[in-house]
Design a protein around this ligand. Structure first.
Ligand code: ZN
Ligand code: ZN
Length: 268
């Protein structure tokens, strides 16, 4: 199976993306890579819900929806299908996803991470490691059991703690198989997909052998065993992040033995 989609792309509407992150540039890259579907998932927090981090102050619906006319225009003339989505956030105060049902309906798909701990978790939880892990597990369960769970397409980069001051694989290694199995069984039952995000492997330029031994692979295998469906994402914030996309997605496909039937419907 060749991966022909990327549902995790940030344009320059995300305040952490650079000026090369335009829809036009990504369409050019997608054509070169032979992608048939791409999804725009800018960082988003629904302004109807009180914020917990100033990072989201301007990244509300009106802000991320500015890309919508451009997507519609491109869909009318391109062979590639482009989706309007978002990377929403976990709200640790309300222990729910930071989007109302009314706003969730406006997106074609929604990604939610339980691992933006640099934005959502008190800094003192970084150590001991178990505190950081427990925060992510609680976030994961709250996401799966959210009142807007039917709008959630996938959990973004599950348990891959972003901007973690120490090696995030330590945390994944500390989580027992049984815990993952319990969480992923619920994920599969809710029809929420599991994102295979290649950003970590790309950032640290991991070789095939290193990927095969990465903590993530054990977690991905357990997700597959429990019946989760998958979508792939680059987490691109500029035009350079797709350089190893083909090679990395292929490594994941081979190591996990993925077939077309393992993909979430939106990615088929
Ligand atoms: Zn993210
Ligand atoms: Zn992202």
């Amino acid at each position: 199976m060749k991966v022909t989609h990327d549902f995790h792309i940030h344009t320059d509407l995300s305040i952490c993306a650079n000026e090369t992150a335009t829809l036009d540039n990504y369409i050019g890259i997608a054509k070169k890579l032979g992608l048939k579907k791409i999804g725009i998932s800018n960082h988003f927090w629904d302004s109807k819900i009180p914020g917990v981090n100033e990072f989201y102050d301007i990244q509300d619906y009106d802000h991320v929806a500015q890309i919508r006319p451009e997507i519609d225009k491109a869909n009318a003339k391109e062979d590639i299908k482009i989706y309007f989505g978002c990377e929403c956030e976990y709200d640790p105060v309300h222990r729910d996803v930071a989007v109302t049902e009314e706003t969730a309906e406006k997106f074609e798909y929604i990604l939610i991470p339980n691992s933006h701990t640099h934005l959502t978790m008190p800094r003192e939880y970084y150590e001991p490691y178990q505190k950081h892990i427990d925060f992510m597990i609680q976030g994961y369960e709250d996401i799966i059991n959210s009142k807007v769970s039917k709008y959630i397409t996938a959990v973004a980069h599950p348990f891959c703690a972003i901007c973690c001051p120490y090696d995030r694989e330590i945390l994944i290694n500390m989580i027992p198989d049984d815990t993952f199995k319990r969480l992923f069984d619920q994920t599969a039952n809710k029809g929420i997909a599991f994102e295979l995000n290649v950003d970590y492997m790309a950032k640290y330029k991991k070789s095939y052998e290193e990927i095969a031994e990465a903590a993530h692979i054990r977690m991905f295998r357990l997700a597959k065993e429990m019946g989760c469906k998958f979508i792939f994402g680059s987490d691109a914030h500029s035009t350079t992040e797709h350089e190893s996309y083909e090679q990395l997605t292929q490594a994941f496909v081979e190591l996990l033995g993925l077939k077309e039937t393992d993909l979430a419907d939106i990615a088929k």
